[in-house]
Design a protein around this ligand. Structure first.
Ligand SMILES: [Zn+2]
Length: 211
């Protein structure tokens, strides 16, 4: 195949990927890192304006892992997402920037887990957006975010520069009495825990209102 033809095929594939990623909510500032040099940023932006989500800004600073994982419940969101992501990407994370398609797929699975668990009602609108998911996936590869296992078998997440203690969020929430029951991984275990937390929260709210 002639060099020009290869270039054209590469550009078409790149434009295809951009449409897919922007529709899923990827930021153009992230997408550009995966694009061939021949594709100028203004063309990437044009595709973003056609296919991108209105709620996703083309500008803006990238969030920092320690801020994404600010509270213990944020830590649980991050642990669920990263557990799914690591499962999909493989325990030996591939070198280079995380594959956006894998991040998108992992986020979809994470949202399903949240929905099944009722976490979307318990923490409405507090789900990780795609930019945050990408930042966490990238930080996991760089080692500035770590997935750890606690003595009780929970997979939890910690970040460099994290302000709160570097202990298991599941255990500390459990000790605070907000979540009960055993669980093991990012699948059914988390669901049971979260459902239990939601029930407890609803019961507390009802009790408060009855007072
Ligand atoms: Zn734990």
């Amino acid at each position: 195949m002639a060099a020009a033809g290869t270039d054209e095929a590469e550009l078409l594939a790149a434009a295809d990927a951009l449409r897919r990623w922007f529709a899923a909510g990827l930021k153009p500032t992230i997408a550009r890192a995966y694009m061939p040099e021949q594709l100028p940023y203004r063309k990437i932006l044009r595709i973003y304006h056609l296919y991108g989500r209105k709620c996703v800004s083309a500008q803006g600073q990238m969030p920092v892992p320690a801020n994404i994982l600010e509270s213990r419940m944020d830590g649980i969101e991050g642990a669920v997402f990263l557990s799914v992501y690591r499962k999909l990407a493989g325990p030996e994370l591939p070198p280079g920037l995380p594959d956006p398609d894998t991040v998108i797929l992992a986020r979809r699975r994470y949202l399903e887990i949240r929905l099944a668990a009722g976490l979307d009602r318990f923490r409405e609108g507090k789900e990780l957006d795609l930019t945050e998911c990408w930042v966490l996936a990238n930080a996991l590869r760089c080692g500035t975010v770590q997935l750890r296992r606690c003595r009780r078998g929970h997979t939890y997440v910690t970040a460099d520069m994290q302000a709160r203690p570097l202990c298991c969020d599941f255990c500390s929430i459990k000790e605070s009495g907000r979540i009960n029951g055993p669980y093991i991984s990012a699948d059914s275990g988390y669901l049971r825990e979260i459902e239990e937390a939601e029930r407890k929260e609803a019961a507390e709210k009802a009790a408060d209102e009855a007072r």
